[in-house]
Design a protein around this ligand. Structure first.
Ligand SMILES: [Zn+2]
Length: 285
């Protein structure tokens, strides 16, 4: 398959006879070995074009649409492309903690009407999206951010307290602020924005400074951690590659541990410029 940049594609096939009596193209919700969207039973969604008859040369498939009831599965699958293209890994896996040929995939389970969401589970390493969640690319990327963190951490996960439920603009705990803040930062980094959208269409602008009302201060508030992280990556680290690489070597239970202990130990700046970024997001160490 070539030329798939704008939703169009060319597909080449070498036939065994001059005329191919019947051909069709079937798509499945799996991107190589790296990610997939599965139904309630763990099976891939598939959708096929109309069958074409007696083909002897180039032919046009026309428009191809996802089967009824599958659109959100395909949307979630497509959203992960955007994270994959800029995933901050030095290997062909999602995370530099994994070497080529030994990657683990990101798996999303979604089905129409699902109420099983919205979360990623450490043990089974699977994302569960509820019915309208895939409409929010931030939600898909956020949950993939948890999966990415699990891969960076080699399957380790911090002890997280006071995190269920948690609210993006409210104080939870420093451990919840860290894991959720990182996941939000993954979404913001992926889409280069700071407005979080939910599947029901609501949204919240999480851009903040010291004068922002409506977003709790400090590193137990995930919005503060998320915006501090993306600013560190873009303004201090020249992207998030170095930070992600660090996170494959040392694991954190809080933003304080990330900033105060681990960044300087691994050659990432925690000096005045970096501290000022945190200060502007109401975090002081
Ligand atoms: Zn989360």
């Amino acid at each position: 398959m070539t030329g798939n940049g704008d939703g169009k594609f060319n597909l080449c096939y070498t036939p065994s006879a001059s005329v191919t009596p019947q051909a069709w193209v079937e798509f499945q919700t799996q991107a190589g070995q790296m990610w997939s969207v599965v139904d309630a039973n763990g099976g891939l969604y598939s959708t096929a074009t109309y069958s074409l008859n007696n083909i002897s040369g180039t032919t046009n498939l026309g428009n191809v649409y996802a089967n009824d009831g599958q659109s959100r599965a395909w949307h979630a699958l497509d959203t992960l492309n955007k994270l994959w293209w800029n995933r901050g890994s030095t290997t062909n896996c999602w995370a530099s903690s994994q070497q080529d040929g030994h990657c683990t995939p990101i798996t999303i389970q979604w089905y129409p009407g699902s109420t099983d969401g919205t979360y990623w589970s450490t043990g089974e390493d699977k994302i569960h999206l509820a019915d309208n969640d895939p409409d929010s690319e931030h939600t898909t990327a956020h949950e993939a951010g948890h999966a990415l963190m699990g891969k960076l951490y080699h399957g380790w996960w911090p002890n997280v307290s006071n995190c269920s439920p948690h609210y993006v603009n409210r104080t939870s705990s420093t451990s919840c602020g860290w894991t959720e803040g990182f996941a939000n930062a993954v979404a913001f980094h992926t889409f280069n924005d700071t407005t979080y959208y939910w599947g029901n269409g609501s949204s919240m602008n999480l851009a903040n400074d010291r004068s922002t009302n409506g977003i709790d201060p400090g590193d137990a508030c995930e919005a503060r951690v998320a915006t501090a992280l993306v600013d560190l990556w873009s303004q201090v680290d020249g992207g998030w590659m170095k930070s992600n690489t660090m996170m494959t070597r040392t694991w954190q239970s809080s933003f304080r541990e990330y900033f105060v202990n681990d960044r300087p130990e691994h050659g990432l700046d925690s000096g005045p410029t970096a501290q000022n970024i945190l200060y502007n997001h109401t975090i002081q160490y």
